[in-house]
Design a protein around this ligand. Structure first.
Ligand code: NAD
Length: 292
């Protein structure tokens, strides 16, 4: 089966490479020449446009920054895809945009689902992502083998938009926990505690979480974390600010008393307005230290 893969950035690049490794024929497109070049080195056949990429594809996977990009891309390619093509959007976008994109695909005679991911660039590279899928039963069954090639867990969360709803909730936890872990390191510094000692305790105690043990915001304890390579993403702070913005909108719309989620959105929005926007989201520790 031929897959069209649109958006070959930090996440999409390694995800497409894993599809190639599993034997799928993948035709890819990205606006950035360097991303395309890297994908080509990993066996992705390169297209000159998104429209060219979807020509002859049975499934179209998108991994784009935001809802605006996904809707714009669907606008371009829906008319060029063969009738009945399965559109799987893996980007993190808001629930309303996900439903609008899905409806546009269905109106054009296709099938569509939302399948955002968790696990970061390391999970995309190692094919250990968790996929959260919003789809009807048939489309979920159809897409599961493909997603299993790029991830370890594929969870059916409900109908269209339900995958994005789960993703927004997950990233609200992640944003708030990264701030909490970073505050603890800076508090530890002021109390004369070494990073390693705090890590050794918390990683095996009740404060243990992914933000600490996989994406540790200080260099040293977790050699693979972005803190050890000058906070190169990874997961850019601007994308975390976007996701928390989506969560904040949903919190307000639903009248939910999620005060930490709203505060985390404010903290990352302020951070992403400055030079930290392009850094990994764990660089928030430096902002906390500077303000302290
Ligand atoms: P990225 O910026 O590295 O990649 C996005 C790519 O899309 C870029 O290469 C860009 O050139 C390309 N693009 C934009 N518009 C395009 C268009 N019209 N046609 C073709 N290509 C286009 O971002 P990323 O880190 O790969 O994240 C992608 C999505 O995955 C985002 O929605 C993000 O929130 C989500 N996500 C990221 C991570 C992470 O750790 N980076 C983890 C989970 C989910």
């Amino acid at each position: 089966m031929t897959i069209a893969f649109i958006g070959l950035g930090n996440m999409g690049g390694p995800m497409a490479a894993n599809l190639v490794k599993a034997g799928y024929e993948v035709t890819g497109f990205d606006l950035v020449p360097e991303a395309l070049e890297r994908a080509g080195e990993n066996g992705v056949r390169l297209a000159a446009s998104a429209t060219e990429a979807v020509d002859g594809a049975g499934t179209v996977v998108t991994m784009l920054p935001s809802g605006r990009h996904v809707l714009g891309c669907y606008d371009q390619v829906l008319g060029a895809a063969a009738p009945g093509t399965l559109f799987a959007d893996c980007s993190t976008i808001d629930v309303a945009d996900a439903r609008a994109a899905g409806q546009a695909a269905v109106a054009a005679g296709h099938r569509a689902l939302d399948a955002p991911v968790s696990g970061g660039v390391a999970g995309a590279t190692a094919a250990t992502l968790t996929f959260m899928v919003g789809a009807g039963e048939d489309d979920f069954a159809a897409v599961s083998p493909l997603l299993s090639t790029m991830g370890r867990r594929v969870v059916h969360c409900g109908g269209p938009g339900a995958g994005q709803a789960a993703k927004i909730c997950n990233n609200m936890i992640l944003g708030a926990s990264m701030i909490a872990v970073s505050e603890a390191f800076v508090l530890g510094e002021s109390l004369g505690l070494s990073h390693q000692a705090l890590f050794d305790v918390v990683s095996t105690a009740s404060g243990q979480c992914w933000a600490l043990t996989s994406n540790c915001p200080v260099p040293g304890p977790v050699p693979a974390s972005p803190a050890n390579r000058d906070y190169q993403p990874g997961f850019a702070a601007a994308l975390m600010a976007k996701d928390l913005g989506l969560a904040a909108e949903a919190i307000r719309a639903g009248g939910v008393a999620a005060e930490l989620g709203l505060r985390a959105a404010e903290i990352y929005a302020a951070f992403a307005e400055g030079p930290g926007a392009g850094q990994d989201f764990s660089a928030i520790v430096n902002a906390i230290r500077e303000k302290s």
